[in-house]
Design a protein around this ligand. Sequence first.
Ligand SMILES: [Zn+2]
Length: 82
Amino acid sequence: MMMTIKCPKCSVDGKMSLVNPDYHGPYKCWSCRQLYTIDIKNNAVVSCEPLSQEEYDKQHPPKPSFDMNVGNARDISNRNRF
Ligand SMILES: [Zn+2]
């Protein structure tokens, strides 16, 4: 279902699609780009707390990069040569 969230900062209505009637998580205003932690219960917004980018990153850390060292195999074979 579609939920309309009014941004407390710029009063612009934003829409977000929800799977459940309850939601707790981040919301980003498309207009002023302010981040919020919103709480939705039974399809109604019960709380909307401003969230700093720093806090947002803390809750949603960037995915760790699996930087496989492809040079390792060659290093081992070089070492085995001696
Ligand atoms: Zn806004």
